[in-house]
Design a protein around this ligand. Structure first.
Ligand SMILES: [Fe+2]
Length: 225
């Protein structure tokens, strides 16, 4: 029941072939789950505690590309798949340098306990954790709203634009068929305290812009049941 990150110079490839032709056979559900995972990397990397100018540049571009191409990619459109191959790669270049946050911290135990695919676990948590983090993100949700094409994002109040960014990601997740509750994914109420403990101890959790507690993580999981 434990999933954890292993990183060593020996598991980093010298060369990677990122070829969308090889991704054309993915079923819709896999394109949706992996695509939402890539969006989670971009958003968590963008707002993580260690974020800085160079990684911001990568993450905001990744959010823009993934935001405009994930729906087409899920439909099986070739241009959409090609754009997602690029978007996920740019996001990976960003977050590999700064880390992630509470979405990944809370997603890892869900996969370890219930075999929930990683991308589905991340996507089911992302809108809720974005809302939880919103007061700890400065103007970054405005930047997200702008690249997602939300009309009037430049002029909105900070509160409104933060809500609009969360809403847009929630909608994207729904549009590609991600379940809105974790009970639909098999999570059991009685397991939540133990899962929350694993999430608190996950290596990704300290990168979250808002410091969290065991009680808050329990509440967040419960709110998603
Ligand atoms: Fe991930």
């Amino acid at each position: 029941h434990r999933k954890f990150v292993c990183v060593d110079p020996h598991d980093i490839p010298l060369v990677a072939f990122v070829d969308s032709d090889m991704m054309m056979g993915m079923p819709k559900s896999l394109a949706a789950a992996t695509g939402m995972d890539a969006m989670t990397h971009a958003i968590e990397g963008f707002i993580t505690k260690g974020a800085w100018e160079m990684t911001d540049m990568l993450h905001i571009k990744a959010i823009e590309i993934i935001g405009r191409s994930l729906r087409d990619s899920v439909k099986g459109d070739q241009a959409g798949r090609e754009a997602m191959a690029l978007g996920q790669y740019i996001a990976g270049m960003g977050f590999s340098n700064v880390g992630l946050g509470l979405v990944h911290g809370m997603a890892h135990p869900l996969s370890a306990w219930y075999n929930i695919p990683h991308g589905v676990a991340c996507a089911s948590l992302l809108p809720t954790i974005m809302k939880y983090n919103k007061d700890f993100t400065g103007e970054k949700y405005r930047e997200i709203a702008i690249v997602l094409g939300i009309e009037g994002a430049e002029a909105m109040s900070l509160e409104d634009v933060r809500d609009a960014a969360c809403q847009a990601i929630d909608q994207l997740s729904k549009d590609v068929g991600i379940p809105a509750t974790i009970s639909e994914l098999g999570v059991k109420e009685e397991d939540i305290p133990a899962i929350a403990k694993d999430a608190l101890n996950d290596v990704c959790t300290p990168g979250n812009p808002r410091d969290t507690t065991l009680e808050e993580i329990i509440e967040l999981y419960r709110s998603l049941m």
